[in-house]
Design a protein around this ligand. Structure first.
Ligand code: ZN
Length: 189
């Protein structure tokens, strides 16, 4: 994957590799500016190739496109519930369905070590399996709980909380945190 490409989109509070791929995917819809980078299968193929997730010339069918957006939405719902110490069972069920439909690929090293295949793939079918695998890998490494959705309703940017106590709520305290506080203050008066 092309981490420089992904970092340019994410800008701040960037997740470690390979979780950065999920963070990038989540931020392909910018709620604040109402911008969509994955507007159709062709746009999705371009973005995925730019991010080094799909090989150049890699394909996105209509069905894979719908499922890719479904995965993005599902992960957002899971993370939003998680930030309220909650579990979105419907979203978990959706993730299971996607995982069943799109199995992940593995690499086996000379020494016999089996790891999730993280190489750029030819089809979005392979990619969806790989992305679900990255979620599992992040959970094993205890990174998953650090991936959060900004609590400001008009922001909802996915950020990586590397703070010691994992207590971050906003992607940028000085922007989203203060904006939310000011609004609360105004609404009281
Ligand atoms: Zn924010």
């Amino acid at each position: 994957m092309d981490t420089a490409f992904l970092e340019e989109l994410i800008e701040y509070k960037v997740a470690p590799e390979p979780l950065i791929a999920i963070q990038g995917l989540l931020n392909t819809h910018d709620y604040e500016r109402d911008e969509e980078l994955l507007g159709d299968p062709a746009a999705a193929a371009d973005w995925l190739a730019g991010a080094g997730l799909l090989k150049k010339g890699g394909t996105v069918t209509e069905e894979e496109y719908r499922d890719l957006l479904w995965l993005r939405q599902t992960l957002r719902e899971i993370l939003e519930a998680q930030s309220h110490a909650d579990l979105d069972k419907e979203a978990v069920n959706a993730l299971r369905q996607l995982s069943d439909k799109y199995p992940a690929g593995y690499d086996v090293s000379e020494e016999g070590l089996v790891t999730l295949c993280l190489k750029p793939v030819d089809t979005t079918e392979e990619l969806i399996g790989q992305l679900v695998g990255i979620v599992g890998m992040a959970q094993d490494l205890d990174w998953w709980k650090r991936l959060k959705i900004c609590a400001a309703d008009d922001c909802r940017w996915a950020f990586y909380d590397s703070s010691k106590n994992r207590g971050g709520t906003w992607c940028r305290m000085e922007v989203c945190g203060n904006r939310t506080k000011n609004r609360r203050y105004r609404s009281k008066n």
